[in-house]
Design a protein. Structure first.
Lengths: 464, 57
């Protein structure tokens, strides 16, 4: 028999249940302020301090950078508003439970485990970035670009400290970390901007009229560093659009937007894309140029804003890692349906923290982000086709729920064949997502037609 | 109380952004800029939670 104290703790944690397995109820819907705060907080992340310098290193010109960021971020916002939010509001389900209705329990479990591992590694990268800033005052040896394993005991201790806090906040649930993000968001945005402006005089910019000249001559010069590929407008645009592909086109943010009262709350992502990515990547690029090419998040932030900058990197990492870990908990919950969400999130947080100890996770972050979006995107396209297109073509949606099959082979084959095909395309990884989306949609419709024709002819019995 | 907290927290945001503009114009030093930003951070995180409500009502 459990002790009273332990039962009380368990009951308190169990009470954090948030309608994960059933449609969100009317009284649980959230105002748009929560979504603005969450998107703004989530997309002003510590990793923006790595991505901004990437454009500098790859020799993008100032004109290509600004235009590419405007178009790419706009396309990302439209993807949230017109692809993800409408389905989220009509179903009020998480991505995972919606997939279960379409794909069946086995395929959903496989997808969920892949998804959860991806989210864990992504959150781990955020924790590691935060740890680089936390370690600054302790003169902690920073991991190098080629480091794979932890390089000191202090690094491991600090990573575990950050991981403990992030996991605790994720266990407390959406409302709690949304509130935390809401408080941090306006301050973080101003710190990024202030740090960028503060170092402009070091680059020879002493008035607003000097900015464009300095931007072209000292920051985004159009000349890549030796050994780096040259980035153009198209690289910047597709990077800005697809770096969160798993969230919008891949429908992962159904888990968040299902709490929205109106579909147009998807436009709240504009605060993440423009006050977040757009401003943060520009400011971190300026800081990188001022730091003469250094890309370490903590020192760069300190250069522009002192201790406040380092604190900002830590908090920016937290506010990104929290929702990511929350999503990982939801994803794993489908694979372990008898576990409460807090327990699943605790396990995910532990895995994440251990992964964050390995610096290779951060040093290979860009490759990982691109791959993770590409792997998860096809299931978002399956949901889109299943929800909007199949009924218009006279086919049934939610095939697994209708027939009781364990695996919807149309979805499984569409997913795997598309990934195989796009990997063969002679394109850089950020350009593979767009043709991939159309391939999935076409394949899924064709295979669903064949599958449902067989079902109607009696090969697979329909559930009563 | 809430109004006072709101005013002080917005002053914190002002202390976060304005010093960089003064530094940009050469009016204050980098040290003063970072000290003012630090003060702004304290004002924001101490007073903003007092008036920023959680989303669910």
């Amino acid at each position: 028999m459990r002790s009273g104290k332990r039962a009380s703790l368990t009951e308190r944690l169990d009470s954090l249940y948030e309608f994960d397995r059933e449609p969100v109820k009317e009284q649980s819907l959230q105002g748009i302020g929560n979504f603005i705060g969450m998107y703004a907080g989530e997309h002003v992340a510590g990793t923006e301090f790595v991505i901004g310098p990437l454009f500098v290193v790859h020799g993008v010109t100032a004109g290509d950078l600004f235009l590419g960021l405007i178009v790419g971020n706009l396309l990302a916002v439209l993807s949230w508003a017109f692809l993800c939010a409408p389905v989220a509001l009509k179903t009020r389900l998480t991505l995972y439970w919606q997939l279960r209705k379409i794909c069946g329990p086995y395929l959903t479990a496989i997808y969920s485990i892949v998804n959860a591992l991806m989210f864990c590694f992504l959150a781990g990268a955020m924790i590691a970035v935060s740890a680089t800033a936390v370690g600054l005052p302790f003169n902690m040896p920073m991991p190098g670009l080629t480091d794979i394993y932890p390089n000191s005991v202090s690094w491991v201790l600090i990573v575990f400290l950050v991981g403990f806090v992030v996991t605790g906040l994720a266990i407390l649930g959406f409302e709690k970390f949304s509130h935390f993000s809401k408080i941090c968001a306006p301050w973080m945005f101003l710190v990024f901007v202030a740090a960028g402006i503060a170092v402009l005089p070091q680059l020879g910019c002493h008035s607003p009229g000097d900015f464009w000249r300095v931007a072209n001559e000292k920051i985004w010069t159009g000349i890549p560093l030796q050994g780096q590929t040259k980035f153009t407008f198209w690289h910047v645009m597709f990077f800005a659009w697809f770096c969160n592909m798993a969230m919008h086109i891949g429908m992962a943010d159904m888990s968040i937007l299902r709490y929205a009262r109106k579909w147009y709350y998807g436009f709240a992502s504009v605060f993440g894309m423009f006050f977040g990515h757009f401003a943060a990547w520009i400011c971190s690029g300026i800081l990188c140029a001022a730091a003469k090419g250094s890309v370490a998040p903590g020192p760069i932030a300190y250069l522009g804003a002192g201790v406040t900058g380092a604190v900002c990197v830590v908090i920016a990492g937290w506010t990104t890692a929290n929702p990511t870990l929350y999503r990982a908990g939801l994803a794993l919950q489908v694979a372990t349906p008898d576990w409460k969400r807090w327990k699943v999130t605790l396990v995910a947080g532990t895995v994440t923290t251990i992964a964050a100890c390995f610096p290779a996770l951060v040093m290979r972050l860009l490759d990982f982000v691109a791959l993770y979006g590409l792997i998860l995107m096809p299931m978002g396209a399956v949901i889109f086709a299943d929800f909007w297109l199949l009924p218009r073509l006279g086919l049934k949606s939610d095939f697994a729920a209708e027939t009781g099959v364990s695996i919807n082979w149309a979805a499984a084959v569409s997913w795997l064949v598309t990934l195989g095909l796009v990997m063969l395309f002679p394109l850089e990884i950020f350009f593979k997502g767009l043709p991939g989306w159309f391939i999935v949609v076409i394949l899924y419709i064709l295979l669903s037609f064949i599958q449902q024709k067989r079902t109607n002819s009696g090969s697979i019995p329909l559930e009563a | 109380m809430r109004t006072t907290a709101r005013l002080i927290s917005f002053a914190g945001l002002g202390l976060t952004l304005l010093p960089c503009l003064l530094l940009f114009r050469g009016i204050i030093s980098w040290e003063t800029h970072t000290q003012l930003m630090f003060a702004g951070m304290l004002c924001w995180f101490v007073f903003a939670p007092l008036w920023m409500k959680s989303g669910r009502s």
